[in-house]
Design a protein around this ligand. Structure first.
Ligand SMILES: *Cc1c(COP(=O)(O)O)cnc(C)c1O
Length: 386
């Protein structure tokens, strides 16, 4: 999965670090462009998946918009050069400061998640002498069949506005003067691998759109969020997700009004497979039934296993010896700092390079300095080949 040219370079580098394969990233973005442009769909990149500067520039160069969930992400997207008219801003708890940042930058859309939030945006837009473009984030009550911590579109989740509040929302939208309803927004969860979930979402969107039409609201756009999953078990078999089936599911099921645009906000599916967390084996220690492979990377660099019980495939880049059962763990003082248990891997020794794959999304962007560790570094294929 990682070319030998790069493994040679890794030998001289201090670990742990993230390695991004920009060649795969560019091929992934090309595929997305090809499959989405068939239908005239517009794709934003969900910046929270990975806000690495060099990676954002590759995404900018591919012509993507940005989906942001904080004022700093909005500022970052614009600083990197993503056109402001392609920047959307979502999130259940936008602060006044963040709303002001977004207003100053004249972004594409505020994706609003509650009536009180709409009122605050109206007030702040009024102060700034602007009319804010607003899309209502709606909770469609579709089960994404994924981990409960990354499920966001069920009626008891904190995200979005539920259908029983539509009448009230309609009244507020009509009375507020400093906002303009431009669309409706959905995002039901992440790591969704069952395409039929997106078909169900499309059918729900058709129903919800009826309410807006009946109530005299014209929607310029519909935004169906992100959530397309990737193959963590066998990344080598599926380095690029099945974007063809993904966009087709919407094309076949979602009914757009004439002139209406369909927007997407993909995070994980664009960047996960191009990223690898590279570490070294510090120690191999005998356990009760298995052996512990203690890496110099831990939950501070990659928290997904601790947070979501996620599994990242690990490869020993320095050994192809006989297979031994390992618990692959990090050095942090938490039992949850475990990457995998009972994994068969080639016999390891101190100093071996170990890669944790599919780590380009929600890896570096969730890194911390807990235990006063250094913030994780990163390298990309462009710079290593220079
Ligand atoms: C996180 C997020 C996304 C991206 O989700 P992925 O599963 O990474 O594609 C899109 N839209 C919103 C509003 C989000 O919060």
């Amino acid at each position: 999965m990682i070319d030998n040219r790069f493994i040679e370079k890794f030998k001289a580098l201090e670990t742990p670090f993230y390695f991004y394969d920009f060649d795969l990233l560019r091929r992934t973005l090309d595929e997305v462009k090809q499959e989405s442009s068939k239908y005239g769909y517009i794709v934003h990149y969900a910046v929270k998946a990975n806000a690495n500067d060099a990676l954002l520039k590759v995404i900018r160069d591919a012509g993507m918009g940005a989906d942001c969930v904080s004022g700093n992400e909005v500022a970052k997207a614009i600083e990197i050069g993503i056109p402001r008219e392609k920047v959307a801003f979502a999130g259940v708890g936008k602060s006044d400061k963040e709303i002001r940042t977004a207003l100053e930058n004249d972004i594409f859309s505020f994706n609003c998640e509650s009536i009180p939030e709409i009122e605050v945006i109206d007030e702040l837009a009024g102060e700034a002498g602007k009319v804010a473009p607003v899309a209502i984030r709606i909770n469609p009550d579709v089960d994404p069949q994924t981990h409960e911590y990354i499920t966001t579109g069920l009626k008891d989740n904190k995200f979005g506005i539920n259908h029983w509040d539509f009448d009230e929302v309609g009244r507020r939208l009509r009375s507020l003067k400093n906002i303009r309803l431009t669309g409706i927004h959905f995002h039901i969860g992440s790591q969704i691998t069952d395409i039929s979930v997106f078909e169900q979402l499309s059918l729900k969107v058709n129903k919800i759109q009826e309410w807006f039409v009946e109530n005299g609201f014209h929607l310029e756009h519909i935004n169906v969020g992100g959530g397309l999953g990737i193959n963590y078990e066998k990344p080598e078999e599926e380095p690029i997700p099945d974007f063809k089936s993904y966009f087709k599911a919407f094309h076949d099921n979602l009914e757009l009004q004439p002139g209406q645009q369909l927007h997407f906000e993909l995070g994980r599916s664009l960047v996960a497979q191009c990223g690898h967390l590279i570490s070294r084996v510090l120690y191999v220690k005998k356990g009760l039934e298995t052996q512990f492979m203690i890496l110099d990377a831990g939950m501070t660099e990659l928290i997904r296993p601790a947070l979501y019980k996620a599994n990242h495939k690990a490869t020993n880049l320095s050994s192809n010896g006989e297979l031994v059962k390992y618990d692959v763990v990090g050095p942090i003082c938490e039992s949850s700092d475990t990457f995998s248990r009972g994994t068969l891997m080639p016999v390891a020794k101190r100093g071996d390079l170990v890669a944790l794959h599919s780590a380009g999304a929600y890896g570096e962007s969730m890194a911390s300095t807990y235990n006063m560790r250094d913030m994780v570094r990163s390298y990309n294929s462009d710079e290593l080949l220079k």
